[in-house]
Design a protein around this ligand. Structure first.
Ligand SMILES: Nc1ncnc2c1ncn2[C@@H]1O[C@H](COP(=O)(O)OP(=O)(O)OP(=O)(O)O)[C@@H](O)[C@H]1O
Length: 719
């Protein structure tokens, strides 16, 4: 039988992971070694390895890992595990790989006790903060990978103790300072690309066989020291993305770091060189201005001839009108009348209601106060990077202001008297037992596992009448934070938000400490997957389908923001929360789950919304205008086919908003960044209007963003 301490440790881990479908694994007891639990390696009765690479795990690691007495290898890479990296890890561990997950927080100082550690890979997570000075005893460590995080600060002194280190990957972080501490290490591979390191580079490092150092502001205004003349490659021009960092870092920016260097090293020759260079740059700049003015005038004239007054924003270039699409490119026919199928209004379809026992709850539910309490909960502070900190999108396009005459209550809008919040008989939900859901999901089997998110795992459930539903099994972390009563409040809150474009809550289960939410099932998965991973559905996303999806999503937000009383803020609006049914109609998921998101242990997970979150997220403020920003990001994904944040792209292109927004006002650049899979099948006018909506949504100042009902009106006019 497996060592009881190891069993306790593995049970604890299973709970923290949200008990995903792993063969053999149990929440309590069991014999991991004897029964060959999936991914568990043993020597006799001791667990020595946990190897679950790419096993679709979500949840967190919890705090039981330190209980393992003999674990040598932990490989949990390529999953969706979030939360912080636990400390302590098993003291016996030699190889740890947690790469490509969603870990947040800082690198734990408890690493210092892992004296047997040989390899540590924490790359491609959302780790932040400074490195702990905890490497003193790790003299056996030969590979350390911390790349692709948001680590900041200087290299800690104890890195110098890693006397066996041959591979060090630190690329794609925000580390500053010099590399001096690395110079005596036996490194064979060193990658420090895309950080904020400043020079000079110690000469010894230049002899490392594989040394990659691009994308650091080594040059800036460093003045070569007479003792250590700067190598010639340091004279390269700073790349475009280095400039904002320098400003953002203020006094600690590399330029300032070196400002203490005595001026006497500026020789007369250097001064003359700088002066001549400066004059040349000035001449080139003036020439560019003249050319631009001339070009601008010509294009304005041309634009008038082409009656481009339909474009609501003056573009830098308008030479690509609709007629300028390449010949032979099929144009999608956009009928004058709306292509949307009429929606069934905002209220729930009363025929769709199931016979539903009211959840056992003694108090009468005051829906209004529930919603109010969830809305007024103090906003959390999220540890985000300074995404967009230095980014200022162009000024708002004028059309929302110019539309003063637009009736905010459009033709498809229903009166607030149909708002379900005010319905005398709030919607009901079905109560499921654990046993029935177990039966419908085939014991939450792997073949019914759909995916995992920050609250737990989602499974396909087939009811006896063949109806398919989606069951969201809330994991322990999500449950622990809330009492039974709060959970019931949440259920009521969700079930009273009913709209054709919001995923419907069919029922729930709260039994034996387990909590599950049962939703209608959306056959075509998420918009995120449709755009970025599922080629078959991607091909079906024609331009008009994309406009329809944007409209559906906007209508859902309009309902939450402007129809429900009090208004509801989604808090986690992103393409992964837009589900598509068999007709590719959009259904927004996770509506009403904001109280779960706002619990302290979950706030870090919001980083999964990386690239979709409004800048004010950084300061802990989140309003309906932040939802509008995220909506703009979804529209950008629809337009470009790119992810909101894509680590695999070159650094300047990783944040979609940063990369795309400056291009939205230039018709040439705009038509170049359209999703190539559309094969040009859209009209330039439609594309331009789509771009206008996006730029109004992703403005840095929340108060400049339009109310979502105006966006609905704009999109309605486009379909
Ligand atoms: N009603 C549903 N119908 C079909 N698939 C669903 C449904 N709800 C969720 N899914 C699938 O389950 C996966 C996990 O969903 P979940 O809402 O738990 O997480 P997420 O939205 O991906 O992430 P996060 O929790 O960070 O918002 C989704 O990616 C989606 O593919």
């Amino acid at each position: 039988l497996t060592d009881p301490l190891d069993v306790a440790a593995i049970n604890g881990l299973y709970v923290a992971l949200g008990y995903p479908p792993l063969q053999g694994w149990l929440l309590v007891g069991g014999d991991p070694c004897g029964d060959h639990w999936q991914g568990v390696e043993c020597v006799f009765s001791n667990v020595t390895g946990l190897k679950l690479n790419g096993a679709k795990l979500g949840g967190q690691l919890g705090d039981s890992l330190g209980l393992f007495g003999s674990v040598i290898e932990i490989d949990l890479s390529n999953n969706h595990i979030g939360g912080s990296i636990p400390s302590p890890l098993p003291p016996t561990v030699r190889n740890v790989s947690l790469s490509n997950n969603l870990f947040t927080g800082s690198i734990p100082g408890g690493l210092s006790s892992l004296a047997q550690l040989l390899q540590l890979s924490l790359d491609n997570n959302h780790l932040s903060g400074e490195m702990p000075d905890a490497f003193q005893l790790l003299t056996g460590l030969n590979r350390l990978d911390l790349s692709g995080n948001n680590l900041s600060g200087q290299l800690c002194p104890s890195l110098g103790n890693l006397s066996s280190l041959s591979t060090l990957n630190l690329q794609n972080n925000r580390l500053v300072g010099t590399l001096n501490v690395l110079q005596d290490l036996p490194l064979q591979d060193l990658n420090i690309e895309n950080n904020l390191f400043s020079g000079p580079i110690p000469a010894k490092l230049l002899s490392i066989p594989n040394f990659r150092k691009d994308g650091n502001p080594f040059n800036t205004t460093i003045i070569p020291s007479p003792l250590a003349p700067a190598p010639s490659f340091l004279a390269r021009a700073p790349s475009s993305y280095e400039q904002p960092w320098k400003q953002a870092n203020g006094p600690s920016s590399p330029a300032t770091l070196n400002s203490a260097t005595p001026r006497k090293f500026l020789t007369a020759k250097t001064v003359t060189g700088i002066a001549v260079g400066g004059i040349l740059v000035l001449i080139v700049f003036i020439l560019c201005l003249l050319v631009r003015c001339f070009k601008g005038r010509r294009e304005k004239k041309k634009a008038n001839q082409h009656e481009l007054n339909t474009y609501k924003i003056p573009r830098e270039s308008t030479k690509h009108s609709e007629s300028s699409l390449p010949e032979g490119v099929p144009m999608e026919k956009v009928p004058k009348e709306a292509v949307m199928k009429p929606l069934d209004g905002y209220g729930a379809d009363s025929n769709r209601m199931v016979v539903i026992p009211k959840p056992q709850k003694e108090n009468k539910i005051d829906v209004q106060s529930i919603a109010e309490s969830s809305m007024h909960k103090k906003d959390h502070v999220v540890d985000m990077t300074d995404m967009d900190a230095e980014f200022l999108p162009p000024p708002p396009p004028p059309f929302f202001l110019a539309k003063g005459t637009t009736n905010p209550v459009g033709p498809t809008r229903v009166t607030t008297s149909r708002c379900p919040m005010k319905s005398p008989n709030p919607s009901s939900v079905k109560v499921f037992t654990v046993a029935s859901l177990q039966q419908y999901t085939n014991s939450f089997s792997e073949e019914n596992f759909i995916g995992a998110g920050m609250f737990g795992s989602v499974y396909r459930a087939k009811l006896p009448d063949q109806k398919v539903l989606a069951v969201k099994k809330l994991d322990n972390t999500a449950c622990r934070q809330h009492s039974d009563e709060e959970f019931m409040d949440l259920v009521y809150n969700i079930c009273t938000t009913r709209h054709a474009n919001i995923v419907e809550l069919v029922g729930y289960c709260a039994e034996h400490g387990q909590r599950l939410l049962v939703y209608e099932y959306c056959r075509n998965g998420t918009l995120h997957d449709a755009l970025h991973t599922d080629d078959e559905i991607h091909q079906k996303l024609s331009w008009s389908v994309r406009i329809r999806i944007a409209l559906g999503a906007a209508r859902a937000l309009e309902y939450l923001h402007e129809v429900c009383q009090p208004p509801i803020v989604h808090h986690n609006f992103k393409s992964a929360n837009l589900l598509l049914d068999e007709k590719l109609e959009v259904h927004v998921s996770d509506c009403g789950l904001a109280p779960l998101i706002m619990s302290p242990s979950m706030s870090g997970h919001l980083l999964t919304a990386y690239g979709s979150a409004a800048p004010e997220f950084d300061s802990g403020s989140y309003t309906h205008q932040s939802d509008v920003y995220s909506f703009g990001v979804v529209m950008l994904e629809l337009l470009t086919g790119r992810k909101s944040y894509d680590r695999s792209r070159p650094r300047g292109e990783q944040y979609l908003v940063r990369w795309a927004v400056p291009k939205l006002h230039d018709i040439d650049a705009l038509s170049r960044m359209v999703d190539p899979s559309l094969n040009g099948a859209f009209t330039m006018k439609s594309l331009s209007r789509f771009a206008d909506i996006i730029s109004s949504c992703v403005q840095r100042e929340p108060e400049f963003r339009p109310p979502i009902s105006e966006i609905v009106q704009e999109l309605l006019q486009m379909v």
